[in-house]
Ligand binder design. Structure first.
Ligand SMILES: Cc1ncc(COP(=O)(O)O)c(C=O)c1O
Length: 344
């Protein structure tokens, strides 16, 4: 079978997480997040982010987290600003728009929003006649593997506060971003500089699950009603609780992401060494080399991956994603294959 670099959710869960699910299988617990595992996970996350007053809610997926957070914050006439590459804009089947809210999509070169992008949107806003921007959505790592520095987060946070906007960070791949070379951001920074963010489990070794963290007390009220109304408050919330407690009791959350990043860095180094350009500068677990269609077809004979973006008639950027469980041997084999192709 061909090894797949398509995604970081192609495998099940880290064995420690599966073991924890097995070990606690027969213990009876209350439902809907009132179980002892969820309580432990919430306490661990509050401690890690340095915000004892944060509200933490565990949900099953990223699109669900995005749409419930965004719809719970915005009033009917309000909109959300996002990079045009943002997941909510291009990969969620209009989930946000289906809640009745406009996305102000801003083109960027690197998938990252900066204060000037926000000022640009605000400068076009016309009282009453247009939807009012009220929320800024960013993702870290971004959909094209780039990361925000701590200072960039602080600048965005200040810009949002000065302009009456809330800041929401989509952390579907937060672990990879925080462990990436060049990142100086910590979980504590997220607890301090965002109004809301979520910590991704699905793409970092859990069976499934994301932890929504609401720092801003003004946004905490009645959030569980929003979850329940949109079918996201699971009776068997224990399944999420057990997994997130396991992630944060020790270092598993970061350990898995470091592994994924290291293997992506090996792939990235090989492309650079062999003279292939990269679409973006990424030190995370997603990389985007630009290759000719001939090279792509040769690689596809042995590996699975997505073609991400057409560059011209002959070239495309492919996306390679590594995970917590990518074996060294798969990366060795990919690099050997690439070397053979490049030597022809
Ligand atoms: C940045 C980002 N946010 C959200 C999601 C959506 O997650 P899900 O597929 O669990 O709905 C993804 C999925 O790839 C993602 O990359």
């Amino acid at each position: 079978m061909k090894y797949s670099f398509k995604n970081d959710y192609s495998e099940g869960a880290h064995p420690a997480i599966l073991q924890a699910l097995v070990d606690n299988n027969l213990k009876q617990q209350p439902g809907y997040g009132d179980d002892e595992y969820t309580q432990e996970a919430v306490a661990l996350i509050r401690k890690k982010i340095g915000n004892p007053a944060a509200n933490v809610h565990l949900v099953s997926g990223g699109t669900q987290a995005n749409l419930i957070v965004i719809a719970s914050i915005l009033r009917p006439h309000e909109s959300v600003i996002a990079a045009s590459t943002g997941h909510i804009n291009v990969h969620e089947t209009g989930a946000i728009e289906a809640t009745g809210h406009r996305i102000e999509a801003v083109p960027t070169t690197d998938g990252k929003l900066k204060p000037e992008h926000i000022w640009g949107v605000l400068s076009k806003f016309e009282e009453v006649h247009m939807t009012r921007p009220r929320l800024v959505y960013i993702s870290n790592s971004t959909e094209i593997g780039t990361i925000y520095t701590r200072q960039e987060l602080v600048d965005l946070s200040n810009c949002c506060r000065e302009n009456g906007l809330y800041l929401f960070l989509d952390g579907a791949r937060l672990a990879s971003a925080l462990c990436a070379e060049g990142s100086d951001m910590t979980l504590t920074d997220l607890g301090t500089y965002t109004d809301v963010f979520y910590i991704g489990g699905t793409k970092n070794g859990t069976l499934l699950g994301e932890a929504i963290v609401i720092n801003n007390p003004a946004l905490q009220t009645d959030f569980r009603y929003h979850l329940k109304q949109r079918g996201a408050l699971l009776a068997k919330g224990r399944i999420l609780g057990i997994q997130f407690a396991e992630l944060f009791r020790g270092d598993l959350f970061f350990e898995m992401a470091r592994h994924a990043n290291q293997l992506a860095a090996r792939l990235s180094d090989a492309f650079v060494r062999l003279g292939f350009p990269l679409l973006t500068v990424s030190t995370t677990n997603q990389i985007f080399p630009i290759l000719t269609q001939t090279v792509i077809q040769q690689l596809l004979e042995q590996f699975e991956f997505y073609q991400w973006q057409k560059i011209d008639e002959y070239h495309a950027a492919i996306r390679l994603v590594t995970s917590w469980s990518t074996p060294d041997e798969a990366v060795d084999k990919f690099i050997e294959t690439l070397e053979t192709i490049a030597a022809k």
